[in-house]
Design a protein around this ligand. Structure first.
Ligand code: MF3
Ligand code: CO
Length: 249
């Protein structure tokens, strides 16, 4: 069941979304060679406290951190740690969400640590662009898989592959709501998009093959072939004036 949001609710999700954007902006600025990923976790929690907001991932299905920090071949759901030190050339995906006043927003981005390889840079750019191609289709009157197909088409045209096993989702009153928003699919199919839907669109794009596996910690998702992976996400409302990004800052 898809819960449509009215304008008041969209404003509240946007309020959470601004907090998410502020935290990700700060974490991105801090990420540099020599920094332990745990420092980002500590910063995110402190900022949440100051906002009076709750980190949405902490405790979610037993996840034990506020921020997912996924390095290089890690796709999503990596854990911050005092022992993981960023090194020049790493690409680091940061995924973060908050709940404030009962409303959730969720976003992610990938940051380059110092100078990264050409391929890493291309992968990051293609993934971010594929997110924006998808967002453009978050328009009343189109279909859900128009979003998916736009993401897939762009990522694959850049020579990369789209993770199948994890998808985007509705968001707002809960972190994960219906519908699932895959990053692959056939244009012109899927449920009709309507004003009031709020979606977390989140392409996870791999350098090589799309297969992934979950590590023994039961959370960290890595590429099966060891290739790089990038992840970008925004919370987006479908409005009468088109897609509205709620996690932009
Ligand atoms: N952006 C991810 C998602 O929407 C983050 C979830 S991490 C979890 O699925 F720990 F909360 F599961
Ligand atoms: Co999400």
């Amino acid at each position: 069941m898809i819960e449509l949001k009215n304008n008041e609710e969209i404003k509240k999700i946007a309020e959470s979304g601004r907090m998410v954007a502020a935290v990700l902006k700060k974490l991105k600025e801090m990420a540099q060679p020599g920094l332990a990923s745990q420092v980002l976790e500590d910063t995110a929690r402190k900022m949440c406290k100051n906002f009076g907001a709750r980190p949405a991932f902490l405790g979610y299905r037993g996840y034990s951190a506020a921020v997912c920090v996924s390095i290089n071949s890690e796709v999503v759901h990596g854990f911050p740690s005092k022992k993981r030190i960023f090194r020049e050339g790493d690409i680091v995906s940061l995924d973060f969400g908050v709940e404030y006043g009962g409303y959730y927003a969720d976003a992610a981005l990938t940051v380059a640590i110092g100078k990264v390889s050409r391929t890493a840079r291309k992968l990051m750019e293609a993934t971010e662009q594929s997110l924006y191609k998808g967002i453009e289709k978050a328009t009343a009157g189109l279909r859900l898989y128009d979003i998916s197909a736009a993401v897939q088409k762009h990522a694959e045209s850049c020579g990369f592959s789209v993770v199948r096993d994890f998808v985007g989702h509705g968001v707002g009153r809960k972190l994960h709501e219906d519908p699932m928003v895959p990053n692959y699919g056939r244009a012109g199919t899927g449920l009709p998009l309507e004003k009031g839907m709020v979606l977390a669109i989140e392409p996870m794009i791999n350098e090589k093959g799309y297969d992934v596996k979950v590590l023994d910690d039961d959370w960290t998702v890595v590429t099966a072939d060891g290739g790089l992976s990038a992840h970008y996400e925004h919370t987006v409302a479908i409005t009468e004036s088109g897609p509205k990004i709620l996690t932009m800052g």
